[in-house]
Design a protein around this ligand. Structure first.
Ligand code: SF4
Ligand code: SF4
Length: 403
């Protein structure tokens, strides 16, 4: 097990991380920077500051985006520092409302019920009394219900290559309810490169709890998942937040490391197994598209290139790189509920960068970013559509974007 105090000693206070930190660039406050937060945690570990009164608020305002880790020349493990410090704080004084919120988002049954309720309400927004309780805001925390597109038509097996292997696919919790089509696209693309999905009992991977300090519950969920996907097959993940946690199960419990080594993001897996070549013979898409790096894919898993290489392989598509593509959009798990003002400022910043590319489509690899940026697209007149990378790639084989 890592030692929180020891981890903080790796920071040499050079400040190279400051400009990469969205909360620092928005607030210009040292206490909302990686360097400032590490200093606060270290001081609390040494007993010079109080966890609840002096530290909690500044950790709550951290997105957990880990852009600071990418920028840090000393290899400071900021993500681990944040998770361990949040665990320390929340164990001392459990935040009941936050835990209820986590439960409501990671339980497919509860999330489905919220969607059904929301679809009956004016404005079709997900009601969330818990969110109101946490943030003290009203309109901002009612999330719009993500648009549900028609399911894919099934493909003729005769058009597919022979099956050469099997994988597990994480269906998880929120993705399964909010964007079931992304799992469908993922299965079809895997089949296009010769892989079938071995079915397994599905559940939450624990990432949402682990990122938010509720480590015991997260580890319980993670252990269940590991036992349902036993063996040595690759575990394909299409949700960045989940993949980043699953790769590091070894930091949390015995037996987790071997499982983590099997985890791969869908974009990496498809690229390694020849989808770029297959795309060259697809119908293509005559559009301009851009890509938003989900923080937990780019900064936590260091997966930048694979999605871009795949998207660039789509015939007729013009790829437009976005400014600040790997800067957080403000979604960040439950952040857009608990810190609505900063989340909204970052969403508008992201949206300006999306619009500046002139692209008709923005692709991304995480359900939280997907829903949050789609909300901006909706509010700004629907000139740009938002898809998971897998949906965009599958659209190339069909020669059109989903209606
Ligand atoms: S870049 Fe790394 S070492 Fe430098 S201040 Fe930031 S966290 Fe500390
Ligand atoms: S995780 Fe993101 S928001 Fe938090 S300190 Fe690092 S760069 Fe800033």
């Amino acid at each position: 097990m890592k030692d929180l105090g020891e981890l903080t000693t790796h920071c040499i206070r050079c400040g190279f991380c400051l400009e990469s930190c969205p909360t620092f660039t928005e607030t210009a406050s040292e206490l909302e920077s990686p360097r400032g937060r590490i200093y606060l945690v270290r001081s609390a570990v040494e007993g010079k500051l109080r966890w609840q009164e002096d530290v909690r608020e500044h950790l709550d305002r951290c997105l957990g985006c880990r852009a600071c880790e990418t920028a840090c020349p000393s290899g400071v493990e900021y993500g681990s520092i944040l998770e361990m410090a949040r665990h320390r704080i929340d164990t001392e004084r459990p935040p009941i409302a936050k835990r209820l919120l986590l439960k409501s988002l990671t339980s497919p049954g509860a999330l489905r019920m919220s969607l059904k309720l929301g679809s009956l309400l004016p404005g079709k927004r997900i009601p969330d009394a818990v969110s109101h309780l946490i943030s003290g805001h009203s309109a901002e925390v009612n999330r719009p219900i993500p648009q549900q597109l028609a399911p894919y038509t099934t493909l003729d097996e005769a058009d597919m290559p022979p099956v050469r292997g099997e994988v597990f696919l994480l269906e998880g919790c929120a993705m399964r309810v909010l964007f079931p089509r992304v799992h469908q696209a993922t299965r079809i693309l895997l089949r296009r490169v010769g892989f079938a999905v071995r079915e397994a009992k599905q559940g939450c991977c624990g990432s949402m709890d682990i990122h938010n300090g509720n480590v015991d519950e997260g580890v319980r969920l993670a252990r269940d998942l590991v036992s349902s996907m036993a063996g040595d097959l690759p575990v394909v993940v299409n949700s960045a937040g989940c993949g980043s946690t699953m790769r590091h199960y070894g930091d949390l419990f015995d037996g987790g490391a071997a499982f983590g080594d099997r985890v791969t993001d869908i974009s990496e897996f498809l690229l390694e197994n020849g989808l770029a070549g297959a795309l060259q013979y697809s119908l293509g898409l005559p559009i301009a598209a851009t890509y938003h790096d989900a923080c937990h894919l780019a900064h936590a898993q260091k997966v930048w290139q694979a999605p871009r290489d795949l998207i660039r392989s789509i015939p007729q598509l013009r790829f437009e790189e976005m400014a600040e593509a790997d800067t957080c959009c403000g979604s960040a798990g439950i952040y857009n509920v608990t810190q609505p003002e900063l989340a909204r400022a970052l969403l508008e910043r992201k949206w300006r960068n999306v619009e500046a590319t002139g692209a008709a489509v923005v692709a991304t690899g995480n359900p939280g970013c997907h829903a949050w940026i789609a909300q901006a697209a909706e509010e700004h007149g629907r000139a740009v559509r938002v898809f998971h990378t897998a949906e965009l790639l599958e659209a190339s084989f069909r020669g059109e974007l989903p209606a």
